[in-house]
Design a protein around this ligand. Sequence first.
Ligand code: ADP
Ligand code: ZN
Length: 292
Amino acid sequence: MRFGALEAGGTKMVCAVGTENGRILERISIPTETPEITMPKLLQYFQDNEINALGVGCFGPVDLDPKSKTYGHILMTSKLAWRGYDICGCFRENLKIPIGFDTDVNGSMLGESTWGCAKGLDTALYMTVGTGVGVGIMAGGKLVHGMQHPEAGHMLIPARKDDSYKGKCPSHGHCLEGLAAGPAVEERWQAKGEALAGRQEVWELEAYYLAYAIANYILILSPQKIILGGGVMHQQQLYPMVREKVREMLGGYLQTKELEDMDSYIVAPSLNDDQGILGALKLGMNALEEKG
Ligand code: ADP
Ligand code: ZN
């Protein structure tokens, strides 16, 4: 069987066709413009490819409540042309195949738990630190939705005493995203993250905020693994710094075999940047199975 996969992002739409064993047969990337311009191109691609089901991992927030009238719509996004858009309905009506739908970060979490480093684990967390901070959560073998979906990238965090930066989140000022996403790093230090590699103090503070949130995620969720991806995590030195600070912040209170081996507990994504598209593929497979 052939499954369609769409990683819907604010700047580009990655479309792919793959098989149930996670092999990507082909893919294209289409710039994200308005729904009127972009959707016909996506529909054409998936119609031409004769797929049995489609999975969509979408930038958010999105409505994931199957009982809601606006299930499958994009909600209060800053990408105004897409605000309120019924992306799932458009695919369903035009393609007439099962459509799986979730957030982009839940998609990445699902990719890693199906074919990557979280395989066989029932509770894990995927965080991307890029233009924003997004968190996908798998708990007890299921992607967590609840009312809508977790927004743990906006976890409320006090600024460190020596950090006078006001924070960049329009809703919270300093939440994790407001303090630690790429644009916050850039505004605080007046240079893009890419250009700050040699500045120890930049990454020491970044690791502090990431660890602050991660320690809280660990206390709430008890995840068996934490995966950190996104552009900012290209600063590889962050991984050991985050691990060390998480250990300090937890203060020896939790004693588990996972926490004893921090190098395999807090890790980089394992699927060569295909975790998102592979997760979307699996969302399509799951949608077909539910229909059948
Ligand atoms: P998006 O979140 O839009 O999908 P990315 O995950 O690539 O995209 O994140 C983009 C952000 O990551 C930008 O703010 C950029 O400055 C930052 N970034 C990208 N590469 C690096 C790097 N090597 N070091 C630090 N920051 C980076
Ligand atoms: Zn926020």
